[in-house]
Design a protein around this ligand. Structure first.
Ligand code: DGL
Length: 264
């Protein structure tokens, strides 16, 4: 394993770009290979078996690109597949992510927290275990958000349709007295400015991207695998429509990037 090898990052689509920003910020000398499984977005409505199959195929592809670590930049894929990935590649550094329940419980004053996430994440055994472990003393209101990921994938980060849908998901959480909202899907931080405008200023919005980047940094450091490249490269792959992915990516990443066909 070479320290200058790239880090592989994947998501159902472009939601993981919210995590990629944090990684780029904390690890400026790393080369990154990002895979958007855009042909199969949203994962939130897929079966766990299907997500396991896609996660294994994408991780195999990333290893063929010689990555030194894999970040599952997707709460839904982590819930469904991270165990299988770790079983398949026990020596590999695999960083997953889950809704930030513990920090939200610590931050809440009202004792009522809201979780915005995909249907798949909220239905998973992993999420149930997370609540049991960290949220037994608070009230947790969960809110699946069907349709939101599709709008974000289409680049509608502040359209009337996105605003209306997001409002309909956030209102019940505010009415239930939530003072802390967990963005439990990596797509949602991409509409954080819109979400911020829909909730009172004292409501805290918490996501996991930065914690994931910190964990990745410390694990790479422990293994002596931090890169020191002066000119790291970013590569973007998609299983879906390349033009559409490029268009939305251009609004999310620092500079326009070519997107390469994944081919499976
Ligand atoms: N961005 C993903 C997550 O963090 C998946 C969204 C989806 O494809 O449904 O859960």
């Amino acid at each position: 394993m070479h320290k200058q090898a790239p880090i592989g990052v994947f998501d159902s689509g472009l939601g993981g770009i919210s995590v990629l920003h944090e990684i780029r910020h904390l690890l400026p000398n790393e080369s990154l290979v990002y895979v958007a499984d855009s042909a199969h977005v949203p994962y939130g409505e897929q079966t766990p078996e299907f997500i396991v199959q896609r996660s294994l195929a994408i991780s195999t592809f990333l290893l063929e690109q010689s990555v030194k670590a894999i970040v599952v930049a997707c709460n839904t894929a982590t819930a469904a597949a991270v165990m299988e990935l770790r079983l398949r590649w026990p020596q590999l550094l695999i960083v997953g992510m889950e809704p930030a329940v513990k920090p939200a419980v610590q931050a809440s004053r009202s004792g009522t927290i809201g979780v915005l996430a995909t249907t798949g994440t909220l239905r998973s055994a992993r999420f149930a275990a997370l609540l049991e472990r960290f949220a037994s003393d608070v009230q947790v209101v969960t809110q699946p958000c069907p349709g939101l990921v599709e709008l974000i994938e289409a680049g509608q980060l502040d359209s009337p349709a996105t605003r209306a849908l997001l409002t309909s998901y956030v209102e019940p959480l505010l009415q239930a007295g939530c003072d802390t909202l967990i963005l439990g899907c990596t797509h949602y931080p991409l509409v954080k400015p819109l979400l911020r405008s829909l909730v009172p200023a004292q409501v805290q919005l918490i996501d996991t991207g930065e914690a994931v980047a910190r964990r990745l940094h410390s694990e790479l450091a422990t293994r002596g695998l931090l890169a020191d490249a002066q000119h790291p490269r970013d590569y973007f792959y998609s299983s879906g429509d390349l033009h559409k992915t490029e268009q939305t990516l251009a609004a999310l990443w620092s500079a326009p990037q070519p997107v390469i066909a994944l081919g499976f």
